[in-house]
Ligand binder design. Sequence first.
Ligand SMILES: *Cc1c(COP(=O)(O)O)cnc(C)c1O
Length: 385
Amino acid sequence: MSTTNPLHQRPQPATLCVHAGTYHDERSGGVNTPIFTSTAYAFPNPANENVYPRYFNVPNQKSLAAKVAALEKAEAGLVFGSGMAAISTLLFAWLKPGDHAICQSGLYGGTHHFITHELAAFGIELSFVSNPDQLREALRPSSRVVYVESPSNPLLRCIDLVAVAALARKHGALSIIDNTFATPINQNPIDLGFDAVIHSATKYLNGQSDINAGVVVSSAAVVGNLNEYAVNHGGMLDAHACYQVERGMKTLALRIKQQNENAATLARFLETHPAVERVFYPGLVSHPDHAIAARQMRGFGGMLSFELRRPEQVDAMLSGFQLALPALSLGGVETLVCIPSRTSHRTMKPQDRKQAGISDGLVRVSVGIEDVADLKADFEEALAN
Ligand SMILES: *Cc1c(COP(=O)(O)O)cnc(C)c1O
């Protein structure tokens, strides 16, 4: 396998999206990575490798991992059957009973549930923090992991990643970020000092709302250690799905450029709309973390949320969309709308939800690549209901 780089400079992200990791099959000369379907490989083999899909080392897995690693400027990576497989395997691999993990409050619901149920039952002590000052206070000698998301769901809060990574490093804790919302096109946490980056590739990396997949990228040492555990946990991604995500990622830079633009335009439009109380988009100067986002992101992403002036309007608005689809998940080419108080945050007590800033009239939008004039017209019409 070769990750050919005929250029003398470091290729830019759009170039890496197309070319990084591709397996060039010399016999056919095909320009795409072939799909290697075997679960049985010659043994012994000339490379002295024991190749098996559950060992995370068949060509399609390696090609996809190499593409994400190149985009995130990491030494190595592993691809998993879902974002949750990536997250749970990395945390179980790194932590042992008695260790302490510091997590950002307001993590993705599945991650929060995994951490508070399974990691806690495994004997991991937990602290939840919202900013670098709280992180500094929470650090203990047994702290081995610092885990964050930025921008976060659904209010797109951003945390100072340089400060977080520096505190973790000084303390010898592994800094991990779930970079799903930003994508490597908008944000490279390893450049900011992070040790490991996770993606739910189900979202923007694949971008077509038709595959569940996850990725961890980090140093060769961290990924090597993770690989040993991952073999036992068995959460690998099948070769066909690897191929599809690799194909989806060829257009990642193009899609994100359009989604950044569409989301910014829609955010500005909603900010002036009389039915809208408030818009949360890190690219708006009105966002509480705009300055942090502007320092650490190249683009502000395709996710936004807004609060309706009259929460009673939610159902009328939802039934008024012709284009935007009321649906869960995010990061695909189509615009999706959901109501966090009824979806991701529905199991929270109303009091806690209110404290977390998730009102009943909060609407989350995953902005797609449709023509933005059509999107504006669709929101205009739905909000007139
Ligand atoms: C969806 C998501 C996950 C979980 O990914 P799956 O592929 O559904 O397992 C983790 N983190 C974030 C931020 C997500 O949006």
